[in-house]
Design a protein around this ligand. Structure first.
Ligand code: FPP
Length: 246
């Protein structure tokens, strides 16, 4: 499924944007202040990624589990999206960014659904970079919804293989994730893309999301470029190394 394993720049980068709350706390500010700064970081990062040749950037903005946060933080995040779409959509559209949103849209407020629909439709013809916002998303939800839709289409068990299943997942339009980054110091996936990161290279950084920028992107890409991606195969350049490698 992955195209050129030797490419130096990932085609598809996925980010868990963690650390907004701690970033705000360090400044004696409410958590929302961190999320607001985090939104500005998304705008900066999408541009930096496009400049470096990344074609798909997928960010985890609100997880299926984030509903467990205090009600005012949840509604704050929802309002941030509404304000963000109103304020930044034109700028993203003019910069050639295509916006796509993945996640369960059944259980989000109607206003938000409308904002996401507008963001998607008004950037549908853009192709410089695709920014996918994972909102009310969970990796397990994604696999379940894929199964349900496949069954709904009447697929027989023997018709379901990895390729077919992939077509029902939320990121079916994108190539596999090459580079997965998590900011904020935690070393876990937190139910973000599960199916799609099977062979992704993983980078974990202590940098808090609002501080994430060109330096951290370049470090992550440099680290990615040094990795030897074998997708379960063996190294072709060094038979001796391949023999001891599994
Ligand atoms: C995790 O930090 C961050 C989130 C749950 C929200 C991420 C949202 C944004 C960056 C803004 C919205 C962006 C878009 C594209 C709609 P945390 O709150 O868990 O931080 P902490 O670990 O320091 O508490």
């Amino acid at each position: 499924m992955a195209d050129d394993p030797n490419r130096a720049v990932p085609r598809h980068m996925a980010i868990v944007m963690d650390g907004n709350g701690r970033w705000a706390k360090k400044r004696f500010m409410p958590r929302f202040f961190g999320h607001k700064a985090g939104m500005d970081t998304v705008l900066r990062v999408v541009d930096l990624c496009a400049e470096r040749g990344v074609e798909y950037l997928t960010v985890f903005a609100f997880s299926s589990e984030n509903w467990k946060r205090p009600a005012d933080e949840v509604s704050g995040l929802m309002s941030l999206v509404l304000v963000g779409v109103a304020k930044y959509l034109q700028r993203l559209a003019d910069a050639g960014v295509r916006i796509r949103v993945i996640g369960d849209r059944e259980t989000i407020p109607d206003k938000l659904k409308a904002a996401w629909d507008q963001a998607e439709s008004s950037t549908a013809n853009n192709s410089r970079i695709t920014l996918t916002v994972a909102f009310n998303y969970g990796g397990r939800w994604d696999m379940v919804q894929a199964c349900r839709r496949a069954m709904n289409d009447g697929l027989k068990p023997e018709q379901v293989d990895e390729k077919t299943f992939d077509r029902y997942t939320a990121l079916a339009y994108a190539p596999e994730v090459d580079l997965f980054i998590r900011t904020g110091g935690e070393v876990r996936i937190s139910n973000f893309l599960l199916w799609q990161i099977a062979y992704a290279e993983l980078v974990f950084t202590d940098c808090l999301w609002p501080d994430f920028g060109a330096q951290q992107i370049d470090e992550a890409i440099a680290s990615f470029a040094k990795r030897d991606r074998r997708f379960g195969g063996i190294r072709e350049t060094s038979p001796a190394a391949a023999a001891v490698d599994s």
